[in-house]
Design a protein around this ligand. Sequence first.
Ligand code: FE2
Ligand code: FE2
Length: 406
Amino acid sequence: MKQDNIAGLTRRAFVCSSSAWAVGSLAGCRTMTSSSSYSVPLLGDVHYDRPPVDTFHSEFRRLHESDGLFDSYRGEFESFSSMWGAEGRSAALVAASGKVRRPDAAFALQLGDLVEGDCESSESHARMLSDALALMKRTYGDIPFLTVAGNHDVRRGANRQGEFGNYRRDICAWHSRELGRMIDNLTFSFRFGPDLWIVADYNRPDVERVEKLLSEHRDARYTVFCTHGAVLTNGNRNPRCWFFLGRPQYSTSKGMKLSADELSKEIPVWDAARRRVRRMLAERNAIVLSGHSHRLELREWYGDGGRITEFVMNSVTRTVKGNDIPGAPVMVGDKPSDFGRCRVNPATKPNAVVDALYAEYEPGMKRYYTADAAGHAELMFFDDGVRANYYGLDSLAPCATFTIRG
Ligand SMILES: [Fe+2]
Ligand SMILES: [Fe+2]
């Protein structure tokens, strides 16, 4: 993994073209134009919430105090809401991302789990979402703010497998306004400069739609695929949970977890879809941006006729258990052979099915880096490469630069 020191990075003059590739008009103001050199402020998961816990989780408490579910989530609610209190670090982190925004910033992007969710009340959920979006608008000003659907953004119900309908409606309306054209799906694409950007719904992946969007823009310089759960597995040897097309999150007909019987029928279908999307992205030498792991990661995999480079960003400043996540990266693994070696639960017994899944990726994994880190980033796109500056917590100076391409 190449992690350059920022001092070694040659700053480039930014090209400000007012000609080609108009993306659309911003609500009531100017037309956004794009160029071949531009930057993108980037946030990973943020889990927006607000203390005290009852601000957004009172209905959850009311419904689940007696069945014990509230008690099992109380620690997470307290930890994540405290990130947004007076002493919390997350509001400062987001503000810093807005402060370091470059003049050539095209739009800001957040990689899902924008909100903590778990409100159990549509009214509270809609308020939590609109508060988070308002914060992002204040932070980034007149550039569009785009977000990716994460599991926390939608989940509802006693077994956390349902979906709040207002998310889909409100985010489509938000993206339509930000991009100045109708966006009616959580899986959509847009062009910026010579590049194709695809935002993919992690909770309900639409493979046909992804294929169509890719085929409509074969001329793209870079294809950037943004989703919440990682494409190149979650790296942690955590069986199937929590990566893109790893497994269905829930039954769309029943709104609850799938039974073991249903899963055994679904898994082969999802395996085929996972390999199909992997091939489509590899053939385009795609750059993938994802979140969810609450880690800072870089992976590069060669196979299926090309390569996929995945950058995983984290902006959550505390763990579920209430421990502060460091701003300066604390490296956990930095070589391809570390891929899949870090088990979420070290006591988990080896599993042949999981081993077979990871064996699909191991030979092609050529770069791998994973670290505990919370911060904000900026992506920089040039003809000769793509780089990411990483800033720890609310720092205004980057502490690491990742060469994604180039
Ligand atoms: Fe998350
Ligand atoms: Fe997540």
